[in-house]
Structure formats: C-alpha cells, structure tokens
Design a protein around this ligand. Sequence first.
Ligand SMILES: O=C(O)c1cc(=O)[nH]c(=O)n1[C@@H]1O[C@H](COP(=O)(O)O)[C@@H](O)[C@H]1O
Length: 234
Amino acid sequence: MQKDPKIIVALDFPSEEPALALVDSLNPELCRLKVGKELFTRSGPALVKSLQARGFEVFLDLKFHDIPNTTSAAVAAAADLGVWMVNVHASGGARMMEACRTRLESFGADRPLLIAVTVLTSMGDDDLRGIGIDVSPAEQVSRLAALTADCGLDGVVCSAQEAPKLKAEHGSGFRLVTPGIRPLTADKGDQQRIMTPADALRAGSDYLVIGRPVTQAADPLAALEAIHAEVAGL
Ligand SMILES: O=C(O)c1cc(=O)[nH]c(=O)n1[C@@H]1O[C@H](COP(=O)(O)O)[C@@H](O)[C@H]1O
C-alpha cells in the first residue's frame, strides 16, 4: 500500500451490497475509506472488518458528541475495531475531547487518529446564526480548532477554505481532514464551503474526503484515478 493515501472515499451507501460493489472496483493504494452513520448503522463492525480484509484503512466517521464518559467509551470501541481514524464533535467541549484522547492512550502507537469536527462544511453564516453562533464559519472553525489542539487531539475536520489559517496557527503535525471537495466538473450538491482537490492540498489539507464525485461517477475507479493524478506530487 502507498504509505499515506491522501484521498478518503466516503462510502455513503444504504447497505453493504452496493458499498462492497464499489469498493471492489477501487484500489487501496489510491485511497482510504470512510464509513459513516448510515452504512455503519445498517452493517456495523462486520462491514468494517470486510473493508480491512480487502486491504483498506478505515476512517470511522460517527462524529461522536455526548458526555465525556460515553464518548470516550465509544472511541475505545472504535480503537478495538482497528480503525485508522475516528472523530468526535469539537463542540462537545474540552473535557469530552480530553477524556477521548486519554482513553486512546492505552492503545499505544496503533491507536486511531482522533479528529474533531469543527463546523460542518454544509453550514454557512445563516446556519450558524440559526443555532445562536454570531461569528462567521471561519472564526468558529478557528476557535474550535484551537480548543482541539489544546486538548491534544490529532487534528480537525474543516473545509479546505479554512486550511491555510489553521496550518499557520497549529503547524504541520495538526492534521486537516477536508470534505466539501469538488473537482471542477462535479455538482456542489448540499455542500457550501467547497474547493477542488488540488487547491485543497495546496491550501494545506492533509486528507481529502470525497464522496459523490467518486461514488456516483459512471466509472468510479476512473474518477478516483483522475483525482489521484490531479493531486500527485502536491
Ligand atoms: O466528518 C465528515 O466526514 C464530514 C464533515 C463535514 O463537515 N462535512 C462533510 O461533508 N463530511 C462528510 O464528508 C462526506 C462528503 O461527501 P460528498 O459531499 O458526497 O463528497 C460525507 O460523508 C459527509 O458526511
């Protein structure tokens, strides 16, 4: 396997059958896979094991957000599954994030990367105002990223638009995982804060989360290879 593929394909499928049909057309040297709420709720740990058995590393994207005791137990369950990355919502607060980080220490060097979601890439100014947050998405992302870094987590999920500022503030070791990636020819869909794959990496993204531009493509492997070629060498 290539040491550190930058592309994470989001397996947003309703069940195991179409997910595995797509996965069997992909190449683990070019990407990792993200399992989110819909697929995990249907197919659970067995599906994660099937993906790992096919040579793919898995980002378990369940965006945990609960009291510290519950959330830290959930990330430990993810670590038991042997996933590469797991995430929580930064808005769960410092005590929650610290409890998760501490709990994962017992898994040693093989522990999953622990990443916090800042402001969802589907949200803009109006959405934030609607939940009582009167600063821009970029300001709220900075604030939550600083809290995440203070808690010793490995990085954040953010939009690539915020990446230059966060890299400057937190350095290269703080991973930036960026959804809302759209090749120039792809539909924006429900995403608001978007960027092309190459621009996102130039902006400082470490990992590109890409769903529909690959999974809904007529030829998913060709779409993945085209994105891989676009970002090769960046
Ligand atoms: O945590 C995530 O992965 C995530 C955070 C975020 O702010 N925005 C976001 O789109 N995502 C996920 O990234 C994927 C994006 O998929 P596409 O919009 O189809 O490329 C989906 O699986 C989302 O759940």
